[in-house]
Design a protein around this ligand. Sequence first.
Ligand code: GDP
Ligand code: MG
Length: 368
Amino acid sequence: GESVTVSEFAGMIGIKATELIKKLMMMGVMATVNQHIDAETAQLLGAEYDIEVETKTVKEDDLLPQVEDDPEKMQHRPPIVTVMGHVDHGKTSLLDAIRETKVADAEAGGITQHIGAYEVDHEKGKVVFLDTPGHEAFSGLRARGANVTDIVILIVAADDGVMPQTKEAIDHAKAAGVRMVVAINKVDKPNANVEKVKTQLAEYNIIPEEWGGEYQFEEISAKNHVGIDDLLDRVLLESEMLELKADPDRPAEGIVIESQLDKQKGPVGTVLVKKGTLRVGDAFVVGDNQGKVRAMFNYAGKPIKKAGPSIPVEVMGFSEVPESGDSFIVTKDEKTAKQVASMRHDKKKEKELAERSKVSLNDLFDRI
Ligand code: GDP
Ligand code: MG
């Protein structure tokens, strides 16, 4: 909680820090002026000086909003989809095809995608696609133990079949417990062999519905924009079965999926809202930093005032550039956000210090 350093504690009980350090040494505790002391040590010191020390542990959870999911308030949210597959099997082409056929004509008239995610308004509902660069892809599936993606589109080129990264994608999706829809791509190619791909995937227990399995397959040509609508239908069908729901009426929680230092905007990050509604003006803690939402932009770069569950937004107002994968939690005010951030910061530093002293102790033992 609000822990105390040696010098702060000395000040509280009205003695010199150096004296307190001596006392601690006699108690067998080696400490420096800026070191934090734990509640137990504070109690022992209190006993030494005949002062009653009252300790209270404030935990992060006491400061963050604790909202139980209320079934009455849960509402449908759009599925968050990631495309995975072997290199050159058509991930980028598919994401482009979906964007070009489903987004471009709508509001933006040929928008250039602004952030690593976009929204599609298909006739049967909204779908959110993640399109984060390779090095940040890890946070596209799972971050800090939580699923980011609801559905994976596993793309396999019909002329190439199952390859090492196809297997890797299957393993990742299965480990994360994320449902897959299979897109067999490049069916326009003369050497396309759809049946072979199905047989290969069956070896990994990915069996199409028409063979009695539980996976939806769609044959597509990303390059020729063939099968895109049908693939989206399948994604939405899959999403219906998952019954994705969230309470939009609570403080927002989300995950940072990408971040950068923008020349004009300062530190910015794309946040995927998982619960609640994020609003301009909200204070938040993110990793061991904090901030206040100064402005938000949607996938097309349009300023927006609020964003509900599943919606990706670019957020301005971070104290520092956040890390992708960081959790993002709205707090009741800025003071609370700062308090939680500093608790997390202290914890991280203590851990680093402990690691370092372990190393130096080992060095010492190596030398003697
Ligand atoms: P990624 O590495 O998975 O992102 O694959 P890309 O989307 O970059 O595609 C790799 C290559 O395959 C490019 O030259 C594409 O033009 C080509 N390609 C993608 N989809 C199709 C398709 O449906 N048919 C054909 N013939 N080529 C495709
Ligand atoms: Mg690509």
